[in-house]
Design a protein around this ligand. Structure first.
Ligand code: ATP
Length: 309
């Protein structure tokens, strides 16, 4: 289900939280919203799920205007806020039961069991929530969002505060949802590697304005179209070194040879290594990260606002 955000404005008193971002979230995609602290991510999500109204502009979910068709939009969107709490004495299963009743779901018992299984909480389902770790509580939150099979999931910093294992478990869960459902998933995060791993497309916000949007691959390439070929010669190191010279900037780390080159040159380089039948322990290709694109998008803002001398 496609989401369209058009020239959305929102102020809180003197604070401009959103200053006209426009972009589209393609149906069925996993979409990342990135930005520095205070960039407007949560504000955008609050408007998207109909918890608040924009001062101007329009947000549509599957062709429905959030302002005029709020109730129908809320049925389509599952929202996991940045902070969600549950009554501590209730068990995970009881929490989901309450949520399922509020939503008037049929076949509740089976659906609750399914969602508990999906988020890996079946074994802990009948324990009080007060004994849940942060990661378990976040997964319970996600289970409650998934109960009604919403076609759109909006997850505000879903992995904030989780330890590395909790983060990894949450990532696997999002990937599974991506594989097994048609849901459109919108995630905000400060962790660029997380967005890179999970998302097809991103929007980068700063001070309420859209700084860049598009496919992760395209944004990366727009900043840096080099790749790094890393190879590990087993024997005949000097010959391998000679073969890679001229194909880019070569760094000999002692263990590996790292060659930074244009994408096109990388084909020649790999072909050369193959033709000369060098024995290699490893050959990897590293692409530039999203981080460079993120910083470039933010730097554009700094340049705009610089006062000429
Ligand atoms: N209810 C509110 N009242 C007053 N100001 C607010 C309110 N909500 C947000 N703001 C302000 O609007 C701006 C955008 O805040 P928002 O929480 O949307 O940013 P964010 O990108 O989610 O930030 P973070 O990454 O720190 O969570 C900030 O300057 C914030 O202080």
């Amino acid at each position: 289900m496609k989401i369209t955000i058009t020239d959305v404005h929102k102020r809180y008193g003197d604070v401009v939280a959103l200053d006209g971002p426009s972009f589209e979230v393609p149906s069925g995609s996993t979409f990342g919203v990135l930005g520095t602290n205070g960039a407007g991510k949560t504000t955008l999500f609050e408007l998207l799920v109909g918890h608040d109204r924009p001062d101007a502009g329009r947000i549509e979910v599957g062709g429905l205007d959030v302002e005029t068709a709020g109730h129908r939009v809320r049925e389509r969107v599952g929202f996991l806020p940045e902070h969600s709490g549950f009554p501590p004495s209730m068990t995970g299963r009881e929490v989901l039961s309450v949520h399922a009743r509020i939503r008037g779901l049929s076949g509740r018992t089976a659906r609750i069991a399914e969602c508990l299984d999906l988020v890996g909480l079946s074994d802990a389902a009948d324990r009080a929530v007060s004994g849940y770790s942060n990661g378990m509580a976040r997964r319970l939150g996600l289970a409650s969002v998934l109960l009604s099979r919403p076609p759109v999931l909006v997850l505000d910093e879903p992995t904030a505060g989780l330890d590395p294992r909790g983060v990894a478990a949450f990532h696997r869960l999002i990937e599974r949802i991506d594989r097994e459902t048609d849901a459109t998933v919108v995630i905000s995060s400060h962790v660029l590697s997380e967005i890179e791993r999970l998302c097809d497309e991103v929007a980068i916000l700063q001070d309420g304005r859209l700084r860049a949007a598009g496919a992760v691959d395209e944004l990366r390439r727009s900043v840096d179209d080099h790749v790094t070929v890393v190879c590990q010669p087993t024997a005949d190191r000097a010959a391998v070194l000679e073969a890679v010279q001229g194909h880019g900037d070569v760094t000999d780390t002692g263990d590996t040879l790292e060659i930074v080159c244009d994408r096109e040159d990388a084909f020649d380089l790999v072909a050369t290594l193959g033709e000369q039948q060098h024995r290699l322990d490893g050959l990897e290709v590293h692409e530039p990260g999203l981080e460079a694109a993120f910083h470039e998008a933010l730097a554009a803002e700094t340049d705009d606002t610089e006062v000429p001398a």
